[in-house]
Design a protein around this ligand. Structure first.
Ligand code: B1M
Length: 215
């Protein structure tokens, strides 16, 4: 089977919100030697992006969205677990979470996986994380970077609160910050004073490497 056919099957499994099929395709693709990052980005992610559009247009409803997300998470987990952890020296410590009020964590999971593969030590706070927790954890583990993910226009404000708190507590120079999530932009990043914007998981790695290099 060609790579493109695998990508099509992966996308279709998500569009059909079929977790078993997503799991089966992910495992079969890996066995055939597909690159897990390419498989996620060109296959499964295409499916979940279309699901988002369908949901946005009211063509599918919450139960289908939840099932599709579940299928996506299953495939994501299988594929990211197959990525080798870097044997290199650790490049830096990253405290990361999805901001308060927001439970979206599929993208964050992908970002974490690629950061790990690239030698970063990760402290994942999970989702719906109170802003102060990012700071407390970063102080506890002496993090290099604090990363926050936000998928809702209503929760992005948490990223601004984080910057304000860091400045107020005199910690802005101690940690670098990276923001990401579908509604987040470079403009927003500059507006709130964060140090970097990660557009996708690959970009997040590139920016994280730059941030630790610039410390
Ligand atoms: Co939600 N949801 N959702 N949802 N959901 C969106 C975000 C939405 C755009 C769908 C739509 O209407 N078209 C919309 C937001 C609208 C808005 O704010 N303008 C929306 C809504 C409205 C909601 C609810 C409010 C629905 C409701 O209850 N009425 C609700 C909110 C719950 C809450 O959080 N409080 C809700 C719930 C859910 C599910 C639980 C069903 C599920 C989440 C499951 C989970 O994550 N465990 C879900 C899903 C799956 C989506 C969509 C379809 C897909 C998100 C996703 O996983 N994308 C989404 C539509 C969309 O985005 N097209 C949608 C794939 C993922 C790989 O991409 O997350 O963007 P992404 O991550 C990327 C980059 O953004 C970047 O790298 C990642 C990898 O490439 N990145 C970072 C992300 N974080 C980063 C951090 C970094 C750097 C880069 O540095 C720290």
């Amino acid at each position: 089977m060609s790579k493109e056919e695998f990508f099509r099957e992966a996308k279709q499994a998500i569009l059909n919100h079929d977790r078993d099929k997503a799991e089966e395709v992910a495992k079969r693709g890996l066995a055939e030697g597909l690159d897990p990052v390419e498989f996620i980005t060109k296959g499964f992610r295409e499916g979940i992006t279309q699901i988002g559009d369908l949901f946005g247009r009211g063509e599918i409803f919450m139960p289908q969205l939840i099932e599709a997300a579940d299928a996506m998470k299953t495939a994501n987990k299988i594929l990211t677990e197959s990525m080798p952890e870097s044997a290199q020296e650790k490049r830096g410590k990253v405290v990361i979470g999805t901001v308060q009020g927001d439970i979206h964590d599929i993208g964050k999971f992908l970002v974490i996986s690629l950061l790990q593969v690239n030698g970063f030590e990760i402290y994942d706070l999970g989702h719906d994380v109170e802003i102060q927790k990012f700071i407390d954890k970063a102080l506890e583990v002496e993090a290099d970077i604090i990363g926050s993910s936000a998928l809702l226009t209503t929760t992005m404000i948490g990223q601004k609160t984080l910057e304000e708190k860091l400045r107020k507590e005199g910690l802005k120079n101690r940690f670098k910050t990276m923001v990401g999530g579908a509604p987040v932009t470079q403009r927003w990043t500059e507006r709130i004073g964060a140090d970097a914007f990660g557009e996708d998981a690959n970009d997040a790695v590139e920016k994280a490497l730059r941030l630790v290099g610039s410390k």
